[in-house]
Write a protein that binds this ligand. Sequence first.
Ligand SMILES: NC(=O)c1ccc[n+]([C@@H]2O[C@H](COP(=O)([O-])OP(=O)(O)OC[C@H]3O[C@@H](n4cnc5c(N)ncnc54)[C@H](OP(=O)(O)O)[C@@H]3O)[C@@H](O)[C@H]2O)c1
Length: 245
Amino acid sequence: MSRPIALVTGASRGIGRAAASALADAGYDVVGWYRADASASATTGEAVMVRGGRFIARQVDVANEDEVRAGFRALRKTVDAPLRAVVCAAGITRDGLAGTMSSDAFDSVISTNLRGTFLVCREAIKAMRREGGSIVLVSSVAGVSGQAGQANYSASKGGVNAITQALAKETARLGIRVNAVAPGYTETDMYTSMDPSARAHVTELVPLGRPAAAAEVAAAIRFLAEDTSSYITGQILAVDGGLTA
Ligand SMILES: NC(=O)c1ccc[n+]([C@@H]2O[C@H](COP(=O)([O-])OP(=O)(O)OC[C@H]3O[C@@H](n4cnc5c(N)ncnc54)[C@H](OP(=O)(O)O)[C@@H]3O)[C@@H](O)[C@H]2O)c1
């Protein structure tokens, strides 16, 4: 019996890498997409393979429609097992106050985080429409409550939450479930690139008193990807140490 396939975008680092590892633990082979960092992607590949999974890496900019389509075509050609899970973890920030934010900073974040999520979901639905599957989007607490300095990012993640609910309703009859995780502060490159004093300040606001490890977010992604969550769809699961409680 071949292992089912999970596609993870943003698999080269952070939450995507942790999700790839967690899904390998759950018995999946992983197709991992990254934007630029091939060497980080190779490290993810090692993590999947030590867990007994196959790993196929591909450079795909999720904001590029042609690349996303080509990525799905390649997936169909190279794997011989059903695509059962898709995790959209690719994401960027370009923070700044709205009064001085450039249109490029706004557009690039929307393009990667929201449009990119839509482009991947559209192809995922086509790929899963016969046998069903699970799509897990990576949103953020910033999509639940807009954050100062993150008008672009908050708008993108609010859109991801809305897409989660819309697609869940559209695809339930195809046997496809669509859910999101909404992480709070999580120890990845995205978090450590924040100013240290800002990091200390936001960590104080977290009831559990610390940022999440990427593996803690990945555990929730794995739960939503697997059949153990078979009656859950259209939900946005906060993984935030109580921040939005
Ligand atoms: N860390 C947090 O505190 C936090 C909190 C809430 C939500 N999130 C969300 O969690 C997700 C993962 O974030 P992270 O913290 O793991 O970030 P990260 O460590 O910066 O990793 C970002 C990942 O996204 C990939 N990526 C970026 N732009 C892409 C594009 N256009 N096409 C394809 N891949 C692209 C990167 O690929 P390369 O390695 O090739 O650059 C990398 O694999 C994001 O959606 C983020 O918004 C993070």
